[in-house]
Design a protein around this ligand. Sequence first.
Ligand SMILES: Nc1ncnc2c1ncn2[C@@H]1O[C@H](COP(=O)(O)OS(=O)(=O)O)[C@@H](OP(=O)(O)O)[C@H]1O
Length: 402
Amino acid sequence: MILKQIIVYSGCLEKEVLVYCSRKHHVSTGLSALSASRLSNVHLHQEDKELLVVNEGKNSDGYKDYVVRAWLPRKIQQRYKPFTGGFGKTLPRNNPPTQVPSKQISIGTRRMYNKTSHNNRVASRNKRSYKKRFLLKQEETENFPKSRLPQALIIGVKKCGTRALLEFLRLHPNVRAPGPEVHFFDKFYHLGLEWYRQQMPPTLKDQLTIEKTPSYFIGKQVPVRVHNMSRDMKLLLVVRDPVTRAISDYTQTVTKWPQTPFFEKMAFLNASTGLIDTAWPPIGIGVYVRYFLLWNHVFPPRQIHVVSGENLIKNPGREMTRVQDFLGLPRIVSDHHFYFNQTKGFPCVKKSENKGVPHCLGKTKGRTHPDIAPETIDRLRDFYRPFNQKFFQIVGRDFMWH
Ligand SMILES: Nc1ncnc2c1ncn2[C@@H]1O[C@H](COP(=O)(O)OS(=O)(=O)O)[C@@H](OP(=O)(O)O)[C@H]1O
């Protein structure tokens, strides 16, 4: 058994360690591949061993070669660079290299990063990061019904029609989504990606898993966290006139806490000067541009689709066509799926996979709003106008909230 060479080459997320063993050695796991090759200069830690898999065994003249995959932190990947026979390339099939690297190689994090507490933190971050990559890789390769991490998120905005969008998307046979809001990226991030995955319904590989949690939009750390999980994530953002949104938000608060003071009392710091209390969430959240910029810094515009909450009510078929195009789904959800329910005052669904009868969203959606004085509405409109303009400019669409 001869180790010809360890070659570490890069796709984007993982490194592959190519091991050549003679034919007589049976190699079934990444670990046995490494030990069969007597790779004494490769050190592995228990957790790292679990992340090694044999990708495939190939036969070449006199040798059997195995590709052992290890998901390695980026910093460690860079240390492999000197050994690469061609960074980003696979090895030529009939021309196994003969040069054996002389330096000691360490796969894993602990030995390299346990010298100082800072390095320990880096190491555990890296370990989390490559476990994440391992999970993502699994997502790509297997095709049987199982819970998968979402490929698209409805990130907000609260009270703009996010539930309607999710329920309309669920009419599509290629879409699956958990019913409740998961709040992984803002509340339960510490529970880890595996926990998050378990919250998802089982899907086939060609089905899209979508999750909606409207509070993601305003979470400062959320964009980076989402990006860390998947840089390809598709983001859906529903927006509506921030004045209507504020009243809807307030209506919900009053439903939960009936003692809440009148809208005007909450919205203005000083009723006579008309100074607006931007720290009051129903008002502050409506400054969409402020939060949108955070997302825009992390994700390219082609990965963020902004949905008009007004159109989702007036013309759900057309708005859903845009959404399906953005998600790369065949256009299946259309006008035929909806009818306007006069009593509810909103579009409802004719029938879906789960329910064979027409149905509307629950009674917490489409509540009757309190009457708000026209001058209050005007003041709020004036307040939001410049922020709205900036937002329209950035997203390249005028939502006509005049
Ligand atoms: N088809 C349909 N049926 C009922 N309601 C609809 C629909 N489409 C949009 N809307 C509007 O959605 C508002 C609730 O928004 P969200 O679902 O984003 O609210 S939440 O953030 O999840 O609480 C909800 O706000 P309220 O009217 O204040 O209840 C509705 O105005």
